[in-house]
Design a protein around this ligand. Structure first.
Ligand SMILES: *[C@@H]1O[C@H](CO)[C@@H](O)[C@H](O)[C@H]1NC(C)=O
Ligand SMILES: *[C@@H]1O[C@H](CO)[C@@H](O)[C@H](O)[C@H]1NC(C)=O
Ligand SMILES: *[C@@H]1O[C@H](CO)[C@@H](O)[C@H](O)[C@H]1NC(C)=O
Ligand SMILES: *[C@@H]1O[C@H](CO)[C@@H](O)[C@H](O)[C@H]1NC(C)=O
Ligand SMILES: *[C@@H]1O[C@H](CO)[C@@H](O)[C@H](O)[C@H]1NC(C)=O
Ligand SMILES: *[C@@H]1O[C@H](CO)[C@@H](O)[C@H](O)[C@H]1NC(C)=O
Ligand SMILES: *[C@@H]1O[C@H](CO)[C@@H](O)[C@H](O)[C@H]1NC(C)=O
Ligand SMILES: *[C@@H]1O[C@H](CO)[C@@H](O)[C@H](O)[C@H]1NC(C)=O
Length: 722
């Protein structure tokens, strides 16, 4: 290494030192903490001695903080100067010492003379102590007393108070604040290092005989509470509190060789480390009493001794909350409705489920929703649950009802048939919830339904109203069986049924023009030429004849309610007889019934009388339909007048032509002849003696013949006319 290199190295080294000196270390701490005391007594008697205080060389921060322990007393007494130490508190930098009481007594020696005795006290405190103005108060107790404190701070200090009372009973009650009657108080000033109590020179003895002794002292606020008894007798005060140094006084102490550095702008005052505050998580606090002076404290969330290394330790707030004194700590470290987690220097309060907010605040964790909200939500959900449950139960019940009805109405039997079995739901859908009525009467209602797109998919859904309790599933099933087995172009075809309803619903083919009754007597009178009328008559008769014949069935089927309203017409006026078998359904498989069903205007008087339904009853009713066709008059019935009676009367009287519908009667001789012939058939059908009535097949034949003749005549006439 050359000398030049050495020189350079030295220069660099010095430069580094300079930089370190300038930036690394601020002003040197005024009171360097000595090595941690190893064998220093932690206690003297029952009093703990925390550093910076200590007994013995090297045990205290400085000589100011050196204490002594007199082991000869029992228990041993800790002393600072002459004063006996009661306790030392680091957090507030205070010490409690005991001092003497001062008194002034006039005790009687004989009946005329008294002996006057007084005591005095003086408290001198040295650096680092000052009397605490906030914690102490000067108090005098007596009935005629002026007491003074002679204080010493930087400037002379004198204060005191006066107390009087005419009688002991005039003073305030025991425990009341000192206000000048029997006792008075005066506050102290800061910076006080010395106090001595002095008595005002008095003339004569106390005006109150029993008040022999008067007292004065500087003591911790709240230590003395007034008692009348203190005013009476020989030194009763001492019997109450004991003799010797018994009066506690609070001293403020501080490290008197500096003040805390100023807080950097925007900095945290609890983050200013300085001088004797050597522990991590400790900070410097300016003394409030006397300057200069500071003390140290542990940062928030830490506890311990800030004057020793690592003296401040984390507070486990959660453990404290669980400790025996939990009430105090729970108030100190709130965590309401949350879970406490200790952290370094702090604690967390995680809100419990369903709660939010600041668990560490006084309010604690709050419910996500208010209790009213919870109640409301609870009620709503409970209600909703109940409603769902009820709906479920209702649906279950409805399902069971449907099943029951299905069985009751012979659903099992019907399953074997060719017709379709509709569910109630499907029918609801098909009929669009029964919104379009195409027929209505005593039996119930007929609704139009649609099973698909287009007119061909139309159906008629018949909903009967229950007539009586005698509905029997067997009879119903039988009837359905019959109806589903027969198929004729002039009978309305049964397509299906639904047995889930109270009274089974029947689904029929849809016949577009509606009933003959409506066509004949409706508001918009559709023109009906004679030929059409003949065809309607013929094919209705054919249908009834078919029902009455045993050819298609093992048994004959009676219609029971033949009327123009039950003869439906399709687009081409082809008749389709509907509602056949209804009466049989209702007469419960019997031909005899007291329950006469059917339209009164059409009903066979014989059937009315006997209750016996026969084919001839249908024939009678059909006769009236024939009369309707030729006259286009309604088949009314009002006892004296009825269409058949009127017609028969006209027929007998030879004035029958006047009865005919002018629309078809004005066509000429041929037409009138034909109408007359049809009328003749009708009159025969209406015979009172059922044996005189023709059978349906005969009616068909005669009507056909009539039509043929009319057609021939028509052709002839047409030939002639052309
Ligand atoms: C200790 O206390 C006793 C009794 O009060 C006293 O006599 C003695 O002088 C004291 N010793 C010291 C060292 O202060
Ligand atoms: C009371 O005591 C005083 C002083 O000791 C004495 O002078 C006086 O005579 C005494 N009085 C009586 C009545 O004994
Ligand atoms: C003071 O009052 C108490 C009751 O309050 C009474 O017993 C006592 O005799 C009174 N004393 C005097 C000196 O009046
Ligand atoms: C206490 O003493 C300090 C320093 O001597 C002085 O600055 C301060 O004003 C004094 N306080 C009172 C209340 O006298
Ligand atoms: C008063 O009390 C003191 C101490 O308790 C006692 O020495 C004194 O003799 C008493 N005096 C009277 C007059 O009772
Ligand atoms: C302490 O007192 C000094 C002097 O009064 C002041 O400059 C400083 O900012 C104070 N520090 C704190 C932390 O209050
Ligand atoms: C406290 O002081 C330390 C260094 O002394 C610094 O790192 C930290 O950021 C300070 N914190 C606050 C809140 O000022
Ligand atoms: C509870 O606290 C009181 C006052 O703060 C104290 O005196 C007592 O010793 C404590 N008890 C326990 C078990 O910590």
């Amino acid at each position: 290494m050359t000398p030049l290199q050495t020189l350079l190295l030295l220069l660099v080294f010095h430069a580094l030192l300079a930089i370190t000196a300038e930036f690394g270390v601020p002003s040197p701490p005024p009171a360097p903490a000595p090595a941690e005391p190893k064998t220093c007594p932690a206690k003297c008697g029952e009093v703990e001695i925390p550093y910076p205080f200590g007994i013995g060389t090297g045990c205290s921060l400085s000589d100011d903080f050196a204490l002594t322990c007199n082991e000869t007393t029992s228990p041993p007494s800790l002393l600072t100067g002459e004063a006996k130490v009661a306790s030392i508190t680091l957090e507030t930098a205070q010490m409690v010492v005991y001092t003497h009481l001062t008194y002034s007594c006039d005790l009687p020696i004989n009946s005329t003379a008294t002996r006057h005795t007084t005591s005095s006290m003086a408290l001198n405190v040295a650096k680092p102590f000052l009397l605490s103005p906030s914690e102490n108060v000067f108090t005098a107790v007596g009935c005629s007393l002026t007491a003074r404190i002679n204080g010493r701070s930087d400037i002379p200090y004198l204060t005191g108070c006066i107390t009087t009372c005419a009688r002991v009973n005039d003073t305030g009650d025991d425990g009341t604040p000192c206000s000048g009657h029997g006792c008075c108080q005066a506050s102290l000033t800061p910076n006080l290092t010395q106090v001595s109590v002095e008595w005002e020179i008095r003339r004569g003895r106390s005006p109150v005989a029993e008040n022999m002794c008067q007292y004065a002292f500087v003591a911790t606020k709240g230590w003395y509470s007034f008692s009348k008894n203190d005013l009476i007798g020989n030194m009763t005060f001492l019997t109450r509190f004991g003799s010797g140094p018994v009066v506690p006084v609070v001293l403020d102490w501080a490290i008197r060789d500096g003040t805390c550095p100023s807080v950097p702008h925007g900095g945290n005052s609890e983050n200013v480390s300085y001088g004797a505050c050597v522990s991590t998580q400790s900070y410097c606090v300016n003394a409030s009493n006397g300057t200069p002076g500071y003390f140290c404290d542990c940062s928030k969330g830490y506890t311990g001794n800030p004057y020793i290394k690592n003296g401040c330790t984390n507070i486990n707030e959660c453990e404290l909350r669980r400790s025996a004194n939990s009430t105090i700590y729970k108030n100190m470290y709130p965590c309401h409705e949350g879970t406490c987690h200790d952290t370094e220097g702090d604690y967390e309060c995680k809100c419990n489920l369903g709660r939010k907010g600041d668990g560490k605040s006084a309010k604690g964790c709050e419910l996500l929703v208010s209790s009213a909200g919870v109640a409301a939500i609870g009620t709503i959900s409970a209600t909703a649950l109940l409603v769902v449950l009820l709906i479920f139960l209702y649906m279950e019940r409805e399902k069971r009802k449907l099943r029951d009805r299905f069985n009751k109405n012979g659903g099992q039997l019907l399953k074997s048939l060719k017709i379709e079995i509709f569910t109630k739901e499907k029918l609801d859908h098909i009929t669009n919830n029964y919104c379009y009525i195409i027929g209505q009467g005593a039996f119930g209602k007929v609704y139009r339904g649609t099973t698909g797109a287009g007119d061909s998919s139309r159906v008629a859904v018949k909903c009967s109203i229950p007539i009586n309790e005698d509905w029997k599933k067997e009879s119903f099933a039988n009837e359905i069986t019959i109806q589903s087995n027969i198929s004729h172009r002039n009978l309305v075809q049964l397509l299906g049924c639904c047995v889930e309803t109270e009274v089974p619903m029947l689904v029929y083919e849809y016949v577009s023009r509606g009933s003959l009754h409506d066509v004949l007597h409706g508001d918009d009178k559709v023109p009906l030429p004679l030929e059409t009328r003949l065809d309607i008559a013929i094919y209705s008769a054919v249908a009834l004849g078919y029902m009455h014949s045993e050819a298609s069935q093992r048994t004959i089927i009676l219609h029971g309610d033949v009327k123009s309203g039950n003869i439906l017409l399709d687009e081409g006026f082809t008749p389709k007889v509907s509602d056949f078998g209804t009466s049989r359904l209702m007469s419960i498989d019997k031909d005899h019934t007291n329950w006469v069903v059917g339209d009164k205007s059409y009903i066979d008087p014989v059937y009315m009388k006997t209750g016996l339904l026969t084919e001839k009853s249908d024939v009678y009713s059909f006769g009236i339909v024939l009369l309707e066709l030729v006259t286009r008059k309604k088949a009314r019935y009002d006892g004296n007048h009825s269409l058949p009676m009127d017609y028969v009367k006209a027929f007998m009287g030879g004035a029958v032509r006047e009865m005919f519908d002018p629309e078809v009667a004005s066509g000429g001789e041929e037409d009138e002849g034909c109408l007359e012939e049809v009328g003749k058939i009708a009159v025969q059908c209406l015979e009172e003696d059922v044996d005189d009535r023709p059978a349906m097949s005969e009616v068909v034949e005669r009507l056909k013949t009539c039509k043929c003749r009319w057609l021939e005549g028509d052709r002839k006439t047409n030939k002639i006319s052309t």
